[in-house]
Design a protein around this ligand. Structure first.
Ligand SMILES: Nc1ncnc2c1ncn2[C@@H]1O[C@H](COP(=O)(O)OP(=O)(O)OP(=O)(O)O)[C@@H](O)[C@H]1O
Length: 361
C-alpha cells in the first residue's frame, strides 16, 4: 500500500539517530501476522520496538496502524499493547486490577473494565488467580497476566520484548505454547523481539533480521533458516554458509580458494550452505575419493547435548592444513573418541554434493 496510510496492520518507517548508531528500518505487519525482529546485540531491535511504542522519538519516518497515524503520539495514546520487561505488573494491584487498568485508562467504566479483565484472565487460564498480587504469581503466570493486560486494550498492534527470556526452561515451554495460541487468535499485527531462534521459528510468521540498524534479511522462518544471507543468520540457524562464484555446478568460495561441488546450482554469485550434520570426518583419506574432500585442522570441540560440534579450519593442502574457511561438523561422542578429535588434530573432511544447497546471492 502507498503512503496514503489506508493499509490495515502496521506500516512503519523507523529512523532513530544516536551518536555512533543509526536505525533506518521499514517495517510492515499485516493484521494477524506475527513478525519476529532478530539480530545481534546492539543491532537496534529494542530501539525499533520502543520507537513503535512511542518511547523513543523518531528523527524521521512514520508509524501507522490500521491507517491511523501514530507518529508523534505519546505511548499512552497509541492504543498499542506492550509486553516489555520494564513494564512489570503493578505490584500493589491484583492480577484482575492489573488487566483492568488498560480498559479503564481507555475510558471503560469500572464494572465493564473488570468484566473484560476477568474474561482475559479466563482466556490465559488464570481465572483462579484474579485476586492474587503479582509477587504471589510464578514467572510464567505473571507473564500470562502481562499478555492479558496487553490484549485487554484490544490493540491494533501488539509489541513483545523478549517475552520468554526471564522464564526457566520448563516454564518457557509452557508459556511459549500459550503465547502461540494467543498470538494465533489475535486479530492485530504483532512485533516481537527475541534472541532465541526457537521462539522466532515457532512463534513468528515472518522473520525480520536487523544488523547495525538495517534490515538484512526477511522471510518466512523456514525460508530464512534454509537460505541464510549473513553469517549471523547462518550461526543462528546452525548452518555452514559461504559466498562464492558458481560455474557449472562447482562453487569457488570467495574466501580461501576452496571449491565445492553441488548437484544443482545457479551460475554466478551465490550463497552456499550445508548442515553441520552433513559433514563427515575421517582419520585417514577415505577410499573412492568422494568429491568435496579436504584435509582440515580442528580448532575447537564444543559439547552440545548428546552431540559435539567440531570447528574445522579447512584447506591449505594436505601437508599443512589450515588457513582456509571455517566449517562446523556435528558428530557423536563415539566419533570424537574414535578420531581422537581435539584442538590441533588433523582430520579428513567431506561433504556430500547432494547435501550442499546453492542459491543466488
Ligand atoms: N537509551 C539509550 N541511550 C543511548 N543509546 C542507547 C540506548 N539504548 C540503546 N542504545 C544504543 O543503541 C544501539 C541499539 O541498541 P538496541 O538496544 O536497540 O539494540 P538491540 O538490538 O535491542 O540489542 P540487544 O539485543 O543487546 O538488546 C546500541 O548501540 C545501544 O548501545
Amino acid at each position: 500500500m502507498s503512503a496514503a496510510g489506508s493499509a490495515a496492520g502496521l506500516d512503519a518507517r523507523l529512523v532513530v539517530r544516536r551518536p555512533g548508531f543509526d536505525l533506518d528500518l521499514d517495517l510492515r505487519a499485516a493484521p494477524g501476522e506475527v513478525v519476529a525482529l532478530l539480530g545481534p546485540n546492539g543491532a537496534g531491535k529494542s530501539t525499533a520496538l520502543r520507537a513503535l511504542a512511542g518511547l523513543v522519538p523518531l528523527a524521521d519516518g512514520h508509524v501507522r496502524v490500521d491507517g491511523r497515524d501514530l507518529t508523534g503520539l505519546p505511548p499512552e495514546r497509541r492504543g498499542v499493547g506492550m509486553v516489555f520487561q520494564e513494564y512489570l505488573l503493578f505490584p500493589h494491584l491484583s492480577a484482575l486490577e492489573n488487566v483492568a487498568f488498560g480498559p479503564r485508562a481507555q475510558g471503560a467504566g469500572r464494572r465493564e473494565a473488570r468484566r473484560r479483565a476477568a474474561e482475559w484472565l479466563e482466556h490465559v487460564g488464570l481465572a483462579d488467580q484474579a485476586s492474587a498480587r503479582p509477587r504471589a504469581l510464578s514467572g510464567g503466570q505473571a507473564q500470562r497476566v502481562a499478555l492479558a493486560r496487553a490484549l485487554a486494550v484490544r490493540p491494533g498492534l501488539l509489541l513483545l520484548d523478549e517475552p520468554l527470556s526471564a522464564l526457566d526452561a520448563h516454564t518457557r515451554l509452557e508459556v511459549r505454547a500459550a503465547l502461540r495460541r494467543h498470538l494465533a487468535g489475535f486479530a492485530g499485527a504483532s512485533v516481537m523481539v527475541t534472541h532465541d531462534p526457537l521462539d522466532a521459528l515457532t512463534l513468528a510468521d515472518r522473520l525480520v533480521v536487523v544488523e547495525e540498524g538495517r534490515l538484512v534479511q526477511q522471510g518466512a522462518p523456514a525460508d530464512v533458516a534454509r537460505h541464510p544471507r549473513t553469517p549471523y543468520v547462518a550461526r543462528l540457524v546452525g548452518l555452514n554458509l559461504f559466498r562464492g562464484r558458481a560455474d557449472g555446478g562447482t562453487v569457488a568460495l570467495a574466501d580461501g580458494g576452496l571449491k565445492i561441488d553441488a548437484v544443482t546450482s545457479p551460475e554466478g554469485d551465490v550463497f552456499l550452505a550445508f548442515e553441520p550434520s552433513a559433514v563427515a570426518l575421517y582419520r585417514s583419506r577415505p577410499d573412492g575419493s568422494p568429491r568435496n574432500l579436504w584435509k582440515a585442522r580442528v580448532t575447537a570441540v564444543e559439547s552440545r547435548g548428546d552431540r559435539f560440534r567440531i570447528r574445522l579450519d579447512v584447506g591449505g593442502g594436505e601437508a599443512a592444513p589450515g588457513g582456509g574457511p571455517e566449517v562446523s561438523a556435528d558428530v557423536t561422542a563415539a566419533a570424537v573418541a574414535d578420531l581422537s578429535l581435539a584442538e590441533g588434530v588433523c582430520t579428513w573432511v567431506s561433504v556430500k554434493a547432494t547435501e550442499v544447497r546453492v542459491y543466488p546471492a
